[in-house]
Design a protein around this ligand. Sequence first.
Ligand code: ZN
Length: 183
Amino acid sequence: MVTGKNNILLTFDDGPHPIWTPKILDLLKEYNTKAIFFVLGKRVLSNAHLIRRMIDEGHFIGNHSMNHWLLLFNTNKIFHAEIVSVHKMMLEQFGYTIRYFRPPWGIIHKKLKIRCETELDYEILLWNTDSLDYIWPFGRRLPVKKYNNENIILMHDGHAFSPVANKKHTLLMLENHLKSLHS
Ligand SMILES: [Zn+2]
């Protein structure tokens, strides 16, 4: 697994976003930290330069589905349209093989989960620490807990349904967090 410094794994969902993702990438670069970006398929091609940048700068890219629907049903149509399509897009357009899947809201039909694991060789990666960065305003620091294992921190570089997103708060929390690790 791609655990970062101090057993902390930073994960960003619902992007890429043309304004916020580059700023997050800049900060991660400044502090030499890697993350996983769980991208939405519907945002991939219009932000292809950001996908390339993530790959070039050593980050991991995860599949967060095509449209961020609730994956409550196990049908072939849903499996292919929402999950396999994103996998193929990343492979065909960027030569990148996705290894991780994070279902929207962390919810997925049990059999669909098994199909992801067996047919796509995915690891389902949820989180154990919610930054609550979608609530404005909230804390100024990431709520890192003392787990024996790693902290998998949920943050967002976009909004699931709106192309407009204000992620200033995410940036502030991320910067405070990265500074504190390096001070
Ligand atoms: Zn999401």
